[in-house]
Design a protein. Structure first.
Length: 360
């Protein structure tokens, strides 16, 4: 049996990826020019497949970045003149605030305790805040913001731009794009692809904001200015030489997910999530880090261990199952396990059965 990767990302490749890599090599995709028709067709197909899979409205643009980190910087440069407001619930969500601060914006942050999520009543941006940032699935703690909270923010603050971090959440969680302005993700988590590619989805409100900032003489970037990215994307082109293989693989995996059916994928996620939750609940030495059931992510499970978490990680690794350590300060006191579309029911059943037999 090959090693199984339940690590939260990079994670196991989607089970069709190896075949797609072979086909890409056969077709010479790694040597094709990013100015040629072959690349344009790949980008177009990728954008279309993502639009179908994630129900992205036609007037939203699907742009190519190198990572989610890049999207953080792009969003601040292009969509914030002075003030931004960030919901921080762990290491990943806090980094958006940090980047806004690095870029010398007047950034403020609502920080909630790790393992919890901000509730609607606590979220109080000031009138001058131009942007609210939200992380759907905090991969560091395993906490998930309910979609309703995001939609209610749109109702309450219609004039502010809303940016959603979808890494480790999409395409599993269904987002209503009409209630947000931008969403970005990297592909090495829930899509099960090699790292090194990010997708940045934006609406025209974001583009107009960037144009206003540029007109005022603000720096909105260099090679990746939003209005130029959108202009290029209309021709299925990018400014730089992009990760062509990555875009091809994402397109193919999105197509495979469409063939399988997103409803079937989500049903499987729910089943696997339930048995993983049970495995944590029933083990005498494990506890859910996220205490509130409604805030527990379906896709990233974080368990506190009452022993050094290395022991469980090693025990599973000896059986060819890899899970993640805790994030940052929780490295040795927690484990993190992914439940992504690539993880089959049988694999997750084997993981939970093996965990049940573990004694520290
Ligand atoms: C992994 C992760 C990121 C960072 O992704 P990069 O590809 O390293 O930029 C951002 N947000 C969340 C929620 C993540 O899980």
């Amino acid at each position: 049996m090959p090693d199984l990767h339940f690590t939260p990302g990079p994670t196991a490749l989607y089970f069709t990826v190896e075949e797609h890599i072979k086909n890409a090599l056969k077709q010479g995709i790694t040597s094709t020019s990013h100015r040629g028709q072959v690349f344009k067709d790949i980008y177009k197909e990728c954008a279309n497949n993502l639009k179908l899979l994630m129900e992205i409205p036609d007037d939203y643009h699907v742009l190519i970045t190198s990572s989610a980190n890049e999207a953080w910087e792009r969003i601040i440069l292009n969509c914030v003149e002075h003030d931004s407001y960030h919901l921080s619930m762990g290491a990943f969500s806090s980094r958006f605030f940090k980047i806004a601060d690095d870029l010398q914006r007047n950034a403020s942050s609502l920080i909630v305790e790790d393992g919890t999520v901000p509730e609607l009543g606590q979220i109080k941006p000031s009138t001058s805040d131009e942007l609210i940032t939200i992380c759907l699935n905090e991969s560091g703690t395993g906490a998930h913001i309910p979609l309703e909270t995001i939609y209610e923010l749109r109702e309450k603050f219609p004039d502010k731009l809303i940016a959603v971090d979808g890494v480790s959440a999409v395409p599993v969680y269904p987002i209503d794009f009409s209630k947000i302005d931008t969403l970005y993700f990297s592909v090495q988590k829930a899509f099960g692809l090699p790292a090194g590619l990010g997708i940045w989805i934006v609406n025209n409100r974001c583009v107009e904001k960037a144009e206003q900032l540029a007109a005022k003489g603000k720096v909105i970037g260099s090679y990746h200015k939003l209005p130029e990215m959108v202009e290029k994307a209309a021709q299925f082109q990018t400014t730089e030489t992009p990760n062509i293989l990555g875009i091809y693989l994402l397109s193919k995996v999105a197509e495979d997910m469409l063939t399988k059916g997103i409803t079937a994928i989500r049903r499987e996620i729910d089943y696997k999530s339930a048995i993983m939750n049970m495995a944590i609940d029933e083990h005498p030495n494990l506890r859910h880090f996220v205490k509130e059931d409604k805030w527990r992510s379906k896709t990233v499970k974080v368990a506190e261990t009452d022993f050094s978490s290395k022991k469980l990680i090693q025990y599973l690794a000896e059986k060819k199952m890899n899970i993640g350590t805790g994030y940052g300060q929780y490295k040795d006191s927690q484990v993190r396990m992914a439940n992504f579309p690539t993880h089959s029911k049988e694999q997750v059943e084997m993981l939970v059965d093996t965990i049940a037999k573990f004694k520290p």
